[in-house]
Design a protein around this ligand. Structure first.
Ligand SMILES: Nc1ncnc2c1ncn2[C@@H]1O[C@H](COP(=O)(O)OP(=O)(O)O)[C@@H](O)[C@H]1O
Ligand SMILES: [Mg+2]
Length: 154
């Protein structure tokens, strides 16, 4: 069975797609067969990114496919060493499902309390309501800028 890494947040613009692509390209560069499942069908950020990379011949090649549901993405996950699920915002049910099915759930958040509080709440909800083991959840501070003090406080 392939690995599944889910990148989720209730918020848009926190860096889900950026983190998903960074994870995917890192593993692909190490010769893993990687696919990004882009679940944000309104933005399709990762899918558009693939088109740009293909037209410019950028390596490593990472497959990207857009899926309307988590279930559709998971049905083909076994064909890959790693499936990175790039989640959609405001998708409570899909986020819970991604959390349950992923070997690792990555929750990107900025340094402000506006970002951190809902992220911690989401992590707690995944654990207490959806049975996700806490060791399978990481919060990834993203878009951190260059203030080491702000970073430390976060
Ligand atoms: N580490 C970062 N530093 C600077 N800009 C970033 C960083 N991560 C993401 N961004 C920018 O923030 C915006 C939102 O990122 P994105 O990954 O699309 O978020 P999401 O998928 O959560 O909506 C994009 O313009 C992206 O380029
Ligand atoms: Mg996105």
């Amino acid at each position: 069975m392939g690995y599944i890494i889910g990148v989720v947040s209730q918020k848009g613009g926190v860096g889900k797609s950026t983190v998903a692509r960074a994870i995917a390209t890192t593993y692909a560069a190490a010769d893993w067969n990687v696919k990004i499942g882009d679940l944000d069908i309104n933005q399709s950020t990762s899918f558009t990114w693939l088109q740009r990379r293909l037209s410019r011949g950028i390596e490593p090649v990472v497959a990207v496919e857009t899926f309307g549901t988590v279930g559709q993405a998971l049905r083909i996950a076994d064909a890959y060493d790693l499936m990175v699920l790039d989640g959609a915002p405001h998708a409570t049910r899909a986020i819970a499902e991604i959390g349950q099915k992923s070997h690792l759930a990555v929750l990107p958040a900025g340094l402000s309390l506006d970002d951190l509080e809902p992220t911690v709440l989401l992590a707690n909800t995944l654990v207490s309501e959806h049975g996700v083991p806490v060791e399978r959840i990481v919060i990834a501070l993203s878009r951190v800028g260059d203030s080491s003090r702000e970073l430390e406080e976060a």
